[in-house]
Design a protein around this ligand. Structure first.
Ligand code: NAD
Length: 502
């Protein structure tokens, strides 16, 4: 397996090694081999990054110079496209992404996010004239204005590392915030490459910083606890999200949390191509390491046996785990730790009495990578641990339902509410179900919601706030109301309010 260049930190406008030249090993999920060294940031390095981001926000015109920010973010997007081959190599090698996922969320969606969010930025209204009212015998004109939120700590996961890094830093930078990106320890180069390209684009010192490190918690805890950080945007596990919220409360930070999910796909008995809808539910995409995956499949009792037979056939023939096959959607799990976790859930499923119809173990023919076979449990009760907890592995659980009401009840019987899907021959029936599922995104008959111009995020314990679209952009903005004597004309107000921003 090839090796990649050493990843560096990007601090206060400079690409550099971690203090004391400390590095750690970046391991490929495909083989368990070391493929690169990455900078191992210390508390001292993070301290420098937070101070730099604070200075850049407080002492420069970054937050108010819209045109300059737009130009730099656009330039970064162009450099990402120009370096696409390197980026693809990083995401495949360190992230374990199979070729089939590269044109989707792993790389292409991240590149598309730049023009997508630039369009949101271009269409955005930074101020609004709220008209004149009389109060306390004074006629006042009010203007509602949006301003950058401040210093942002962005803490990201390993499952779609490039995409989530971009999902946070692009809107935050366009909003006028300064950013410290802390990628997951497992995928440092997917963050370091963005620092490298930002340096090439010529971002001002301190505006954007990248801090990689081996310790899973230390750098993130610094961000969630430091009073100089105004907002923490996080994607990862619900447990860590709660910890960030708890720590952030000490300094009343805004927290944006994109957490886990246990979404349900409901295939109704009238689905136009029942066999295809069922077969496509196999949990193989990126080995099930996706927060919005439909990891529960709900099948109608009237066609349940038929559905199970379809799945047995589909799993018997699925191709997966080949590094070079462009049609593969499934590689290895990110780490040995994650593999142990997934295997633990598979044992729990067996112990709870679910019936295993595919996979369930480590494949004999795939070498030393962190592979787990595509796995499917049927006859699952929604109360079981494997139906309630996020496994984050290639494990589908299949649950029978009696009628639409029962399907809705089961789908909503979860602490999570990130996503979901329904397939029906009757569009109105599908839409009626979509409206009753408590989740932030939903697909009817194969509709794709994933795009930079529409919001994404969770109900319940799947998170707080929204990423992408105008709602996602607004996460990084404060709202200010300015009132003045009514005699000030709307044009004066507009000119004064916008003078520092265009
Ligand atoms: P995690 O939540 O522990 O890690 C995600 C990010 O948070 C990483 O950058 C990590 O370094 C950082 N982090 C860890 N502890 C922190 C702390 N105390 N304060 C601040 N930051 C901290 O996730 P994980 O351990 O890598 O994976 C565990 C489980 O999380 C997975 O099995 C999966 O269920 C879930 N997960 C979900 C997503 C998602 O997109 N929803 C992504 C990754 C993992």
């Amino acid at each position: 397996m090839v090796t990649l260049a050493t990843g560096q930190l990007y601090v206060d406008g400079v690409l550099r090694n971690a203090a004391g030249d400390r590095t750690y090993k970046d391991v490929s999920p495909w083989t368990g081999e070391v493929i690169a060294e990455a900078a191992d940031a210390s508390a001292e390095d993070m301290e420098e990054a937070i101070a730099a981001a604070r200075r850049a926000f407080d002492d420069t015109d970054w937050a108010t110079d819209h045109a300059r920010r737009r130009a730099l973010v656009a330039k970064l997007g162009e450099l990402m496209v120009a370096n696409q081959d390197r980026i693809v190599e990083i995401v495949r090698l360190e992230g374990g992404a199979a070729w089939g996922t590269i044109m989707g969320p792993q790389v292409q969606f991240a590149l598309d996010a730049f023009p997508g969010m630039l369009k949101v930025f271009d269409d955005f209204k930074w101020e609004k004239d709220a008209g004149v009212v009389e109060a306390f015998f004074t006629q006042s004109r009010r203007v509602i204005r949006r301003e950058a939120f401040g210093v942002v700590g962005a803490i990201t996961p390993w499952n779609v590392p490039l995409y989530v890094n971009v999902a946070k830093l692009v809107p935050a930078l366009l909003a006028g915030c300064t950013v410290i990106l802390k990628p997951a320890p497992e995928t440092p180069l997917s963050g370091a490459i963005i620092g490298e390209l930002a340096a090439e684009a010529g971002f001002p010192a301190g505006v954007f910083n990248v801090m990689t490190g081996e310790d899973p918690a230390m750098l993130g805890e610094m961000l969630s606890g430091d009073p100089r950080v105004d907002l923490v945007t996080f994607t990862g596990s619900t447990v860590t999200g709660k910890r960030i919220m708890e720590r952030g409360a000490q300094t009343l930070k805004r927290v944006f949390l994109e957490l886990g999910g246990k979404s349900a796909l409901i295939v109704l008995e009238d689905a136009p191509d029942y066999a295809m809808a069922v077969a496509h539910s196999m949990m193989i995409y990126h080995a099930g390491q996706g927060c919005a995956n439909c990891t529960r499949l709900l099948l109608p009792r009237s066609r349940y046996a038929e559905g199970v037979a379809i799945l047995e056939q589909a799993y018997a023939h699925v191709q997966w785990g080949d590094f070079d096959d462009k049609a593969n959607y499934m590689g290895a799990l990110i780490s040995e730790r994650q593999r142990k976790r997934v295997l633990g859930y598979i044992e729990a499923g067996k112990a709870e009495g679910a019936r295993l119809i595919a996979g369930g173990g480590i494949p004999a023919d795939k070498g030393d990578g962190f592979f787990v076979e595509p796995t499917c449990f049927v006859d699952v009760d929604n109360k079981m641990k494997i139906a309630q907890e996020e496994i984050f592995g290639p494990v589908l659980v299949v649950i029978p339902f009696e009628d639409d009401e029962d399907a809705i009840r089961i789908a909503n019987d979860s602490i999570y509410g990130l996503s979901g899907a329904v397939v029906s021959g009757d569009f109105d029936r599908g839409m009626a179900i979509a409206k009753r599922i408590r989740a932030g995104t939903y697909s009817v008959n194969g509709g794709i919601w994933s795009a930079p111009d529409v919001p994404f995020g969770g109900y319940k314990q799947s998170g707080l706030g929204r990423e992408w679209g105008e709602a996602g952009f607004e996460e990084y903005l404060q709202i200010k109301t300015i009132a003045m004597p009514a005699a000030s004309s709307a044009n004066d107000v507009s000119a004064a309010a916008m003078a520092d921003t265009i």
